[in-house]
Design a protein around this ligand. Structure first.
Ligand SMILES: Cc1cc2nc3c(=O)[nH]c(=O)nc-3n(C[C@H](O)[C@H](O)[C@H](O)COP(=O)(O)O)c2cc1C
Length: 302
């Protein structure tokens, strides 16, 4: 049975990738299992300068998911190189560094610096505020996507994955803009904008008021968007949003994902990849799937 997949010429031993922001820089889970079980892992969003993130509370549980407004807390590039990279280099799994910034210049500087590190791929999180455009996120309009992806492309020497936000008018236009301006792959979806309320304090639960919803609650939205983007672009797609079972993995792959990321489920089951991979091989046997690649995009029309 074949579970290995290839994205942008990079071989993943299986289609499971730990999603950015839910797996730190890899160390946190090593007491539970050998983290090399993952096909790949994506770091917490890295910015050039270190960030302390938003005030707390910044996580709220919701039915079938969670709401977060962590605000990109991360050690910054220098400490990443000093303290995290040496550990990442010991891993026998595909290492993807997720990068973020406030302005296009920040992204370019970091993309260039990260490209010179011994890592495999770069994932561009463009759902961040663009300070120069008055705080509007880069990832919401095709014009700003063209600008940031086209600029970063010139500096990024590794395969470039562009991660799309679902909080947009038309995901297909954004995916096409990313492809046209140099993305090697697209990953989607980031969290869905949301809010939680405490009736006793009569306040929003999150200190930041608004946060991003993740987990099983967003899976139908993610499936739809992966399928729409699959029918729009030619570059590979990495799907995510609420994956918590082997069946979910196959659903995303049928909609066109060549690999998948698993985020919030890591908080629900600390052995997430162990459980999911065991389930995947069993389900592939049940469904008589010899090679997981054969189902990518094989969703039949109704
Ligand atoms: C606590 C938390 C932190 C996150 N941090 C990041 C981040 O730094 N960069 C990023 O691109 N996505 C971040 N995400 C989004 C996830 O990578 C993923 O796109 C989203 O949660 C949907 O997948 P899921 O439903 O499997 O969690 C974060 C998600 C959570 C729950």
């Amino acid at each position: 049975m074949k579970t290995s997949v290839n994205v942008c010429g990079i071989e993943f031993k299986n289609p499971l990738i730990a999603a950015s922001g839910t797996f730190g820089f890899g160390r946190e889970y090593q007491d539970f299992y050998d983290v090399n079980i993952w096909g790949g892992f994506c770091t917490k969003g890295l910015t050039y300068e270190k960030r302390l993130g938003n005030p707390t509370p910044r996580i709220a549980e919701t039915p079938m998911g969670s709401l977060n407004s962590v605000g990109l807390q991360n050690p910054g590039f220098e400490d990443f190189v000093k303290y995290e990279l040496p550990y990442l280099k010991t891993l026998d799994t595909v290492v993807i560094v997720n990068i973020a910034g406030n302005m296009v210049e920040d992204y370019c500087r970091l993309a260039e610096a990260v490209s010179d590190c011994d890592i495999d791929m770069v994932e561009l999180n463009i759902s961040c505020p663009n300070v120069k455009e008055g705080g509007m996120a880069f990832g919401t309009r095709p014009e700003s996507i063209k600008n940031v992806v086209g600029s970063v492309r010139k500096y990024c020497k590794k395969p470039l994955i562009v991660k799309l936000s679902p909080n947009v008018e038309d995901i297909t236009q954004n995916a096409k803009a990313a492809e046209d301006y140099g993305a090697d792959a697209i990953s989607l979806i980031n969290t869905v904008s949301g809010m939680a309320v405490d009736i006793y304090t009569r306040q929003p639960i999150l200190a930041n008021t608004i946060g991003g919803l993740s987990g099983p609650a967003i899976k139908p939205i993610a499936l739809k968007m992966v399928w729409q983007v699959y029918n729009t672009v030619k570059i590979p797609i990495i799907g995510m949003g609420g994956i918590s079972s082997a069946q979910d993995i196959l659903e995303f792959m049928l909609c066109g994902a060549r690999a998948v990321q698993v985020g919030t489920y890591n908080f629900m089951d600390p052995y997430a990849p162990v459980t999911l991979l065991d389930g995947l091989t069993k389900l592939m046997a049940d469904c008589k799937i010899q090679d997981v690649n054969t189902i990518v995009g094989d969703l039949k029309a109704r």
